[in-house]
Design a binder for this molecule. Structure first.
Ligand code: NDP
Length: 330
């Protein structure tokens, strides 16, 4: 059974497992396969689909838009996001076609709505912080987009805790709607922001999180334990940076131990890795990525696996990965 969590202090409920389109839509999947994935997800209670202007340089949003149109699901039954910052024209990006200025944010929102064929975005993220635009300009723009009914909630992605609090400071100063959700990377090997840096924000202003790369791009599925399978993400051209980030001996050693532990616990490694993310109560939703229905179904099984991840198992996982951020002792 799907579980739904309130997104931070907002009234919005997101399914604890959701589906994203980075790398997969358009690059690896055609309309038919992407539609199959979205349908399986939706039928399992997934109500959030994640996207961004930069994914496949706009083609990912177009594909999702075509699928949503064909499926004709009740618009009130699902949540769609977009993110602005990187632009979608790639090497052709001109000044003003990237970043978090009023001009780019407003234009990026309009373009995303056109590509997705929607009247409004449920979530609109600032995909990265923009150190060259005054935070006042960004907060005012996001507030105004909400006032205009073009977006319902706004958030940040990979912002530092200080940057998020600066946005709140400005929002409070002018009586504006501040960011209510952050989209950070979170998995067994990337824990600093979720388990350290953001702790005070969760406690004070409150914040939902839509976390990404729960399988660290697939390494935490165990698929790379004996090399790089053909067609997998790390075999794709242009993704060497990602492969080099994850294909490291110490990481692979830990993944192998985790695989043995998962087997002992009667679950697959992707289930264990995703269920581990769900166990963190500060996680609103874990955004899944998948290139086929078998993967997606396996990952959705994490719902069941999470009920079996007890304290003893969590401790064994901790013992293997040794990645818990050190917190100051008070
Ligand atoms: P994961 O870390 O879960 O990686 C997903 C990929 O791993 C799949 O596409 C597939 O790749 C492989 N995989 C998934 N499940 C299995 C399985 N059961 N067995 C074997 N292989 C599997 O998530 P993503 O990195 O895709 O991130 C999820 C979403 O998060 C994105 O779609 C996007 O919406 C969002 N995101 C946001 C970012 C941000 O900056 N805000 C950055 C990155 C992602 P393959 O089959 O090709 O090997």
């Amino acid at each position: 059974m799907m579980e739904y969590r309130k997104m931070g202090k907002t009234g919005l409920q997101l399914s604890v497992l959701s589906l994203g389109s980075w790398v997969t839509f358009h690059k690896q999947l055609d309309d038919r396969k992407a539609e199959e994935l979205m349908s399986v997800a939706y039928d399992h209670g997934v109500n959030f689909f994640d996207n961004a202007e930069v994914y496949a340089l706009g083609e990912s949003e177009k594909m999702m838009g075509r699928i949503l149109k064909r499926k004709n699901w009740d618009r009130t039954s699902y949540v769609v996001s977009s993110k602005a910052y990187f632009g979608w024209r790639g090497k052709e990006n001109k000044p003003n076609q990237t970043g978090l200025s009023r001009k780019h944010l407003v234009e990026a929102c309009h373009e995303a709505l056109q590509r997705l064929q929607l009247d409004y975005l449920d979530l609109f993220f600032c995909h990265r912080p923009d150190k060259t635009t005054p935070i006042e300009e960004t907060v005012w723009t996001m507030h105004n987009l909400i006032q205009q009914g073009k977006i319902l909630y706004w958030g940040t992605s990979e912002w530092s805790g200080v940057e998020i609090m600066e946005a709140h400071r400005v929002a409070q100063q002018y009586g504006l709607i501040g960011p209510v959700v952050e989209q950070p990377q979170y998995n067994l090997f990337e824990r600093q922001k979720m388990e350290n840096e953001y702790l005070m924000i969760f406690k004070t202003v409150g914040m939902g999180t839509t976390i990404w790369s729960p399988l660290a791009s697939g390494i935490l599925s165990g698929k790379y334990n004996d090399g790089i399978p053909e067609g997998s993400r790390f075999s794709l051209s242009g993704f060497d940076w990602l492969k080099n980030r994850w294909m490291k001996e110490d990481i692979l050693n830990k993944v192998k131990q985790l695989a043995a532990l998962a087997q002992e616990a009667g679950m697959s490694l992707p289930e264990l890795s995703i269920a581990w993310c769900m166990k963190n109560p500060h996680v609103t939703t874990v955004i899944l990525g998948a290139t086929n229905v078998t993967q997606l179904q396996q990952n959705l099984n994490a719902l069941d696996a999470a009920t079996r991840l007890d304290e003893a198992l969590m401790e064994k996982i901790e013992h293997i990965v040794q990645t818990k951020p050190a917190l100051p002792e008070y």
